[in-house]
Design a protein around this ligand. Structure first.
Ligand code: ADP
Length: 467
């Protein structure tokens, strides 16, 4: 069923009110009845005491006198109460006419505290007492009609029946109005949310002033919008940067081919052109692979296969490859590992790639004849790998940004070296996935130190494949 929160709240409110009013009416009715019975019983006890006093005052003058005095008392009470007094042998001394034809057991009346019965088709509340007066026993019974009380009870019930529906309807309308007021900001939020799309992702929902659930909800939605916006920005930026990076080598390919096609050439010239095309497309393939890895990582699709890996073995392989890279620039790549083997849980290929990125950068940004060192040492409870170079270093201005995608401190120099500014962001992503951190210290002309902290493997189960 399609019901607004407002209608649902009001419906519930209405139901709760009906139940509450019914319960209230029932409890008050019971209380009313109880209090009527108590009032009547108190009055009956008062009547009995009065009759007893009259008997006590008149009995010394004989039963005739008692009967006369009681008759006068019955006259005074008239509609309020009726009376019967019998002697020990059960003969009545005085009785009001209503008692004459009714069968009332005096013994019963005097035993029970009070009870209600019909006397000649009229309801009476009856109470009795056996009294020893001046040496004689008298059974005194008085009765009073509850009619007056019943009338007020009926009146009360009628008022309740008439007023309750009216009050319930009024209170429900009030409830509807209140829930409408309370939910008004929701309409405003819906209106604004409808207007937010890809074009204006920087818009935010209006945050209601009161510190309530709606304020928390809108604040949370705004935070979510903020995250979506920054992700969208990153995607747009990534697409723009990627296209930009691909445009230059593509243009180069095209120009090289077009220039070669302008006129007939010798076979060696064609070979030269084709070779440069192969080299450029090789670089583009590498760039595309990096881009693909970043895109997969963003989508959460890039999965690393973790197993037990010997970090030192991995560093030795990287050192060898680094030495080959550095050969043409006559840079020495030193290795210094304080252990024979150190075990970490890692994706071997990915972690090797991280160190190769650092070594590759060190080679790219170090002058010929410089020095690069690759060190392993234990630092507190992490495995620390340090890549140090004597290269050009990074300025304080660039240092906070070098892990950002496509960031290059000196784009011209970097491009010249074949870099597009993706290496460090890929390395950072891989290290994060391994539960590690990267720290860097560098300054212009001072060289750079990149430190990679990785957690040790917890223990080495025999069944684990070792790399
Ligand atoms: P690139 O492909 O341009 O090398 P990276 O993400 O690997 O991209 O590095 C980002 C930038 O950080 C580089 O352009 C360079 O300016 C700086 N950089 C990285 N490593 C070093 C280093 N060892 N020495 C000096 N600068 C470095």
């Amino acid at each position: 069923m399609n019901m607004t929160v407002r209608t649902r709240l009001t419906a519930w409110y209405f139901l709760v009110l009906i139940v509450s009013f019914a319960l209230f009416g029932w409890v008050v009715d019971l209380g009313f009845q109880h209090s009527v019975a108590r009032t009547m019983d108190d009055a009956l006890q008062g009547n009995l005491t009065t009759a007893q006093r009259v008997i006590s005052e008149s009995s010394p003058k004989g039963n005739e006198k008692v009967s006369h005095e009681l008759g006068e008392l019955a006259d005074i009470w008239r509609d309020e109460a009726i009376l019967r007094v019998t002697d020990e042998s059960g003969h009545w001394i005085f009785q009001s006419p209503a008692f004459a034809s009714a069968k009332i057991d005096s013994a019963e009346a005097s035993r029970s505290i009070s009870y209600t019965t019909n006397l000649n088709a009229i309801q009476y509340r009856i109470s009795g007492r056996k009294a020893l007066i001046n040496g004689k026993v008298f059974d005194v019974t008085v009765a009073t009609p509850p009619e007056a009380f019943d009338q007020s009870l009926d009146q009360f019930r009628l008022t309740l029946k008439l007023a309750s529906p009216l009050l319930i309807v009024l209170a429900s309308l009030g409830g509807y109005w209140l829930s409408r007021r309370a939910l008004e900001p929701v309409d405003e939020i819906i209106q604004t949310a409808r207007g937010i799309g890809g074009q204006n992702l920087s818009s935010r929902l209006p945050v209601p002033l009161p510190r309530d659930e709606l304020r928390r909800l809108t604040a949370t939605l705004n935070e979510m919008l903020g995250r979506i916006e920054s992700n969208m920005r990153r995607v747009t930026q990534f697409t723009a940067d990627a296209s930009h990076e691909l445009r230059t080598p593509l243009a180069l390919l095209r120009t090289t081919a077009e220039v070669a096609l302008r006129r007939p050439r010798r076979e060696e010239d064609y070979r030269e052109v084709l070779e440069s095309i192969v080299a450029a497309s090789g670089e583009m393939t590498l760039l595309l692979e990096d881009l693909l890895q970043m895109a997969r990582a963003d989508a959460g699709a890039e999965t690393l296969k973790f197993c037990r890996v010997d970090l030192i073995g991995c560093l030795r392989r990287v050192q060898e490859q680094g030495a080959i890279l550095a050969e043409t620039k006559e840079i020495h790549v030193a290795g210094d590992f304080e252990e024979e083997s150190v075990w970490i849980d890692a994706d071997a290929a990915a972690i090797e790639r991280v160190f190769l990125i650092f070594i590759d950068n060190a080679v790219k940004y170090t002058h010929p004849g410089g020095r690069i060192s690759l060190r392993y040492k234990k630092a507190d409870d992490t495995a620390l790998v340090e890549i140090r170079d004597s290269g050009i270093g990074v300025s304080d201005k660039d240092l906070p940004h070098i892990f950002e995608r496509f960031y290059r401190a000196d784009p011209a120099r970097s491009r010249e070296q074949g870099g597009v500014g993706l290496g460090l962001s890929i390395a950072n992503w891989i290290v994060e996935k391994h539960g590690g951190v990267i720290r860097v210290e560098s300054g212009p002309g001072m060289g750079s130190v990149f430190q990679v902290h990785l957690p040790f493997a917890l223990k080495i189960p025999a069944s684990q494949p070792l790399m």
